[in-house]
Ligand binder design. Sequence first.
Ligand SMILES: [Zn+2]
Length: 471
Amino acid sequence: MKTEAREGKRDQSVSKVFVLDANKQKLNPVHPGRARILLSAGKAAVYRRYPLTIILKCAVESPQVQPLRIKLDPGSKTTGIAIVNDVSGEVAFAAELAHRGQTIKKSLDDKRAIRRSRRQRHTRYRKPRFDNRRNKDNGWVPPSLESRVCNVVTWVKRLMRVCSINAISQELVRFDMQAMENAEVSGIEYQQGTLQGYEVREYLLEKWHRSCGYCGTKDAPLQVEHVRPRAKLGTNRISNLVLACEPCNIKKGTQDIRVFLADKPDVLKYILARVKAPLSDAAAVNTTRRALFERLKALGVPVECGTGGRTKFNRVTRGFEKTHWIDAACVGASTPAHLHVKGIAPQLITANGHGSRQMCRMDRYGFPRTGPKRARQVRGFQTGDIVKAVVASGKKVGTYVGRVAVRTTGSFNITTKQGTVQGISHRTCVSVHRCDGYSYGQESPALQTPRKERLFPPMDKSHGFPGEGFL
Ligand SMILES: [Zn+2]
């Protein structure tokens, strides 16, 4: 029993803290407990809050650094990110990145509406401008999708700056068409048929629009059904498979499809036509993922592609539940047999953008409502910075940490976990993390539970790095 407990403990791991040495050499990530000791002993300082990175105050001679792999599961709303040590199966870092596709579409619609209304108005003469649009070249994707691609590339680059990454894995396609056509192609899993089963299932879900081929229901669990039954020597080929709900599957049994659907000629015709038609490649490869793949290749690290079927196979055979970051950790053939995911809390990241580029607000009729926009920076701060304000006197005595909204008066608003506090003087504020276009969920445990108040070195306001003289 004792060994069992120890085994369980060994399986526990937590999201680690990235470490740089004094020369900004990348070292192995450490446990948050260790990071806390280093910080409180004054041997290290916080280099960056998100992702939490500490910088040692000494240089390390020829460090032994284990290479890590970044794994990505790109989604339309959320992208899962995991950093995995392929040798030990440890997940060093996990994150879930929420995109802002809808916001971008809305602001483009707003922009269009403003331009339309301006064209109807009598305004001063402007030189006609036409034919002034950029050509949509090969790598072009619509702005809302472009933002997703850029979000992911940004985070891959940020993570590559603080730990040694030697490979990237990305889920590129939903299913592997080639492997399905030709079962002998690749690897033992295909030959044993298990992995192939997952690819086939994903393919069929796409082909039959995630619904029962016979009755069209979408709510019931779906089973793979043979048009020509196995009992009558029907094959396992894709062109003999339909998805069916359990009642339909049982009702059909080993009947011939023409007998089963004798009174529904439309459905029969639809199924016979659909079953033969292969899915186009476009259904498997999504343009956003393809564009992301091209950009990741340009980072100079080998990129491994996985399929959705493979991800699901890896996740289900290891008995993990489905979350974005676990899916990311399960992407690709390189996934270690033992993956330690227990006890890991993903860093939640939300893309917020860098503010509006609109020069001034308008009224209902499209005329300027405010003066032109002022400078973004007020007294060295910018809306979106995470600051710590220590107010020593007055009505608002206390310590506030949160996202700041700057006002030109120098009296800021700070949004903390408890709510928004207004009228905090810029003099009491110290920058903790510079506005970088993202907002974050909970902090790393290395900073979360201070036994006593730790004092971080003063931040250099222009970079968000610990200031001069701390080394
Ligand atoms: Zn059905």
